[in-house]
Write a new protein. Structure first.
Length: 726
């Protein structure tokens, strides 16, 4: 498509947009820009010069690949594939024979009007006259030039041309401009359905050229539009002078008449200038509106509306070549955290930086759109296999690996990507977006910073998730939530030091549900905030009961989700739970995940320090699965590290797991932290961890998480767990 063969370009005479000059060369704004693009793409342009109507027919038959300087209309968009970007705005103007009293469309009643055949303005104006019920005789020509000639020679009373042509050339003919302007249109390049790929490439170049103020596009506009600046008709001074002389000779009222003629001439000139200025302002306003409607103000990227508009072009090539295209729905992870912690200006900066990183790693034919908020979409249409789409996604994820500098601070950005493939997954724009969106949610729920290909069932999962959120909020009101507690023991002597509170949902429909099923949904929807507050107050209430009954002071660990932690009043919620229950703060341990530390360092540290001031203990859950740096951990008021159960599972057989676990223990002790190993399932694990100095342990080997009543029965009388007990 273009890259493999010469491009046959239909050219016609519509100067200065496109025309053939006296030496037979093709020239004009559309040609300058196209030749620039052809050089960049290595295309050979083969010009086919013909009258406009003939070119349209030849393009319909596929005999030419591209038409230059074609005005956009909805009807034409149904027949041809247009570039999304326009070359120039244009509108229709009516010129009249000298001295004829034609100032409005109604004045054309019973007159002869010259129209260029198949021109967009001709059809629009003829239609307008018919709607005004003006009876006129139409005279069709093959070019705008012939239409003006017809007026100049008296064959027609008026002619319809476009304003750029009229401004540049009408002065050559004995014609007069009227105040009749109509039908603003935008001039584009267009091809037939089989050249969609070619048109898309031109579109990409044109967008880039228009975005650079010093590009050859603007040089061409300047060259063609200012070299031939708007000139007063050459015949006008002579006509006025001649008319004035004649009038002087006529005697009596000649002077008065001449003054009137001059005044009228000035008025007309003024009106014409005002009209031009008003039209220009309107055109600029329309361009601006169009830009606002189709581009995102923050990143400058085309927006969702733009994608919807370009979708037919996007899928035309894969449709024709029986190949594939992919849409990649991208959602920045944790943007809310940045907004809430560093402010919305920082959030905006992050969005801009991410947009730039993503844009910079796209292939030549891929396009990126900002869909709003933290969402972007990449449209990739040279996808030969699913692997190609995955490669694009991997590149996008890799581009975000390095931290982004936001106001002098390094902020780690990542994204979750959902991929839907055309035509495998869906063929409609709505269907593809829905699939990609569902896949993106799946990626987000399965750990973020990853991509997911759409597969059937994912949309159902989204629906189910929405359903879960509604039911979860009701569950809170209906007291369907409950806590199970898993004991934590000191590995050296088996002393029970506390429990971890783990939420369960007693759903009347599905029975007892584990948190893995609903916590991620609750995180996304925000339901985790009230649910988490309930967990805190319930766990504190329970812990104070044990605290009062037991000879040993027992602590309770509560999991805090990232979303909950980032709530502006999170510290207040914790304080409230402590005050309401009367639990000493040192008996409450909050578990945050290592991943949270990576999001926005500064605010996490502030919140941790505020919690520490309350007196609660702080623990890093699932340690070893993230990338938090030791140096950074040292600055935080952390008390405990929990070795992730994935490492504990491999102990002692797997060398690498054993090594990681021992390194974490040594490192944590070096920092003055205590270590809990979670997920202990065997006696060998207990021995190994004890031998390597791990302080505490938790796992099915010791006890499973148990409901409130059962845990009370489980607690050994002397508060010391022994393996034999299990
Ligand atoms: N934000 C909140 N998150 C919560 C809350 N309650 C739980 N969770 C998180 O949900 C995840 C799954 O929890 P759960 O299904 O309860 O699983 C816990 C234990 O049952 C399980 N576990 C304990 N011992 C073993 C073992 O020996 N083997 C094994 N395969 N699993 C075991 O581990 C989970 C405890 O994990 P952790 O929190 O990392 O200590 C889990 O991520 C919970 O954090 C809540 O109220 N809020």
């Amino acid at each position: 498509d273009g890259a493999e063969r010469a491009v046959r370009v239909g050219v016609w005479d519509n100067p200065p947009i496109v025309f053939r000059d006296a030496a037979g060369r093709h020239a004009g704004i559309a040609i300058d820009v196209l030749e620039q693009i052809a050089r960049a793409e290595g295309w050979e342009l083969v010009y086919e010069h013909a009258p406009w109507g003939e070119l349209l027919e030849r393009m319909e038959r596929g005999e030419i690949d591209l038409l230059t300087g074609i005005g956009y209309s909805a009807e034409r968009a149904g027949r041809f594939v247009f570039t999304g970007e326009s070359l120039i705005g244009n509108w229709g103007v009516v010129y009249k024979g000298r001295g004829l009293p034609i100032a409005s469309p109604l004045d054309l009643a019973n007159r002869r009007v010259a129209f260029m055949r198949n021109a967009i303005h001709s059809d629009a104006f003829a239609d307008l006259l018919r709607r005004f019920q003006v009876r006129f005789t139409a005279l069709y020509t093959d070019s705008y030039e012939d239409a003006l000639k017809a007026v100049a020679t008296g064959a027609a009373d008026a002619a319809v041309v476009n304003r750029v042509f009229g401004t540049m050339h009408a002065h050559r003919y004995a014609v007069d401009i009227t105040g009749i302007v109509f039908n603003p249109v935008y001039v584009h390049y267009a091809g037939h359905a089989g050249t969609a790929g070619l048109v898309a490439r031109i579109d990409g170049h044109l967008a880039r050229l228009k975005a650079q103020p010093d590009s050859p596009y603007y040089a061409s506009l300047e060259r063609w539009l200012t070299e031939h600046e708007v000139r007063a008709p050459t015949w006008l001074p002579a006509a006025i002078a001649g008319g004035a002389l004649a009038l002087t000779l006529v005697g009596g009222g000649a002077w008065l008449l001449r003054m009137q003629v001059q005044r009228r001439t000035r008025e007309l000139a003024l009106r014409s200038n005002e009209l031009e200025a008003a039209i220009e302002q309107r055109r600029e306003a329309q361009e601006r509106l169009k830009h606002f409607a189709l581009y995102d103000a923050l990143t400058g990227l085309p927006n969702r509306a733009s994608f919807l508009e370009r979708f037919p072009v996007f899928v035309a090539e894969p449709e024709r070549q029986k190949s594939r295209a992919a849409v990649l729905f991208i959602d920045i992870d944790h943007l809310k955290t940045v907004n809430e912690s560093l402010g919305h200006a920082a959030g905006d900066e992050l969005i801009r930086a991410v947009a730039e990183r993503l844009r910079a790693c796209l292939r030549a034919n891929d396009s990126i759109f900002r869909f709003g908020g933290d969402e972007f979409l990449v449209a990739a249409n040279q996808i030969h296999s699913i692997g190609d789409a995955e490669a694009v996604a991997s590149r996008l994820l890799r581009s975000l690996k390095q931290p982004v500098d936001i106001a002098g601070r390094p902020v780690y950005a990542s994204a979750s990507i959902g991929i839907a493939v055309y035509p495998d997954d869906e063929t409609t724009v709505e269907g593809l977006l829905k699939c990609a969106d569902a896949a993106m949610y799946h990626a987000k729920e399965h750990g973020r910073n990853r991509y997911q290909l759409y597969r059937s069932g994912l949309i159902d999962a989204v629906v189910e998730r929405l359903d879960i959120d509604t039911r979860l909020r009701q569950a809170l009101e209906r007291a369907e939530l409950t806590l199970h507690y898993q004991p934590i023991v000191a590995l050296a002597d088996g002393r029970v030091i506390g429990t971890e509170a783990l939420i369960r949902w007693n759903d009347p429909e599905h029975g007892l549900m584990r948190p893995d099923v609903f916590i991620p949904h609750a995180e996304r929807s925000g339901a985790i905030v009230p649910v988490g507050a309930w967990v805190l107050s319930e766990a504190c209430r329970q812990a104070i009961a044990w605290h009062q009954d037991s000879p040993e002071p027992l602590s309770v660990s509560v999991n805090v989700s990232a979303r909950q932690f980032q709530e502006p009043n999170f510290v207040g919620t914790v304080e409230q739970a402590l005050v309401d229950s009367g639990l000493p703060p040192s008996r409450l341990q909050l578990e945050i995940t290592e991943g949270l530390l990576l999001v926005v360092n500064i605010n996490v540290a502030d919140t941790l320090h505020a919690l520490k001031r309350l007196g609660v203990r702080l623990s890093i859950d699932d340690f070893g699965t993230g990338y938090s740096s030791l140096a950074y951990l040292k600055q935080l008021p952390i008390d405990v590290l929990k070795i992730d159960r994935s490492f504990v599972a491999g102990i002692p057989e797997r060398m690498d797991d054993a090594q990681i676990a021992t390194t974490i223990i040594t490192m944590a002790h070096g920092l003055g932290l205590r270590v809990v190993a979670e997920g202990i399932e065997t006696e060998r694990q207990v021995h190994f961890l004890r031998e390597h100095g791990c302080d505490y342990g938790q796992g099915y080997f010791i006890a499973r998480p148990l409901p409130e009543k059962e845990i009370a029965r489980w607690f050994p009388k002397d508060h010391h767990w022994r393996a034999a007990q299990n």
